[in-house]
Design a protein around this ligand. Structure first.
Ligand code: 6PG
Length: 239
């Protein structure tokens, strides 16, 4: 399913409202809300909206557990860090217990970091593979999502839940498709005209996950939602 918004601001408002509704509903049903955040710049405004003074009480933060879909192997202080971006935009403003925030710590060898994060997931989740209540994802101009890049072995990884991407610059660690496809709900956030071409390919070309890893995210009917702005949707062929 896809929803098109006039601009990125409207999209961020809708994404924040969706996050809050899903959190309230899930906490009512299961007592906790387990989410994997996306990195990159697109979600920043959504995170900021979740943290705004009149918005932050809409989420039962005391029952939220934050993970990440991927991370760059840089220090937390590095502006490229996904954990730093989420902390700056959201996490430092909301009353989420610190032990419920689970960053992917990767300041050196991505393989070690991947193995460590996988061990954390295996100890945290009962199910195998882990089932997140919500995973937020972005879309790269080459069709990557999380840090699953075209033609990289991590895209076809079926056994491990967390993979290293040492070839990236900086090196990265990423959840793999078995986890992404286990999620109760996946929401892609895509904005900007520069994403228009790849968005059309991902949504309207035949699936080729190795070439366009975002096409590999298929958790099942009704469990993927694309929130896009008009600029990113500008090349979609109307049905
Ligand atoms: C990352 C993200 C990555 C991102 C896309 C889009 O760590 O970079 O997980 O998959 O979502 O590259 O990035 P922008 O939102 O910055 O366009």
């Amino acid at each position: 399913m896809i929803r098109v918004f006039p601009d990125a601001e409207a999209l961020s408002r809708a994404a924040a409202a969706l996050f809050a509704r899903a959190a309230r509903r899930t906490v009512r049903n299961s007592g906790r809300f387990i989410v994997a955040l996306s990195g990159g710049q697109t979600p920043r405004r959504t995170y900021e909206r979740l943290a705004c003074p009149e918005c932050r009480d809409a989420v039962p933060w005391e029952a939220v557990h934050i993970f990440w879909g991927d991370e760059r192997c840089v220090p937390f202080e590095d502006p490229r860090s996904n954990a730093r971006m989420a902390h700056e935009a959201l996490l430092r403003y909301v009353p989420i217990p610190a032990h419920q925030i689970h960053p992917i710590r990767c300041e050196g060898d991505p393989e070690t970091a991947a193995a460590r994060y996988e061990a954390l997931l295996r100890s945290f989740f009962v199910e195998a593979p882990p089932r997140f209540d919500l995973i937020l994802l972005g879309l790269g101009e080459d069709g990557h999502t999380a840090s699953l890049f075209p033609f990289h072995p991590a895209v076809t990884e079926q056994r491990r839940w967390v993979a290293a991407v040492p070839e990236a610059d900086p090196p990265r660690v990423t959840l793999t498709l078995p986890i992404l496809n286990q999620a109760r709900r996946v929401v892609f956030l895509v904005t900007g005209a520069r994403k228009a071409g790849i968005l059309r390919e991902v949504l309207q070309e035949p699936p080729d996950p190795l070439r366009r890893p975002a096409q590999g995210v298929r958790p099942g009917p009704g469990r993927v939602l694309w929130l896009v702005d008009a600029a990113a949707a500008s090349e979609l062929l109307s049905p």
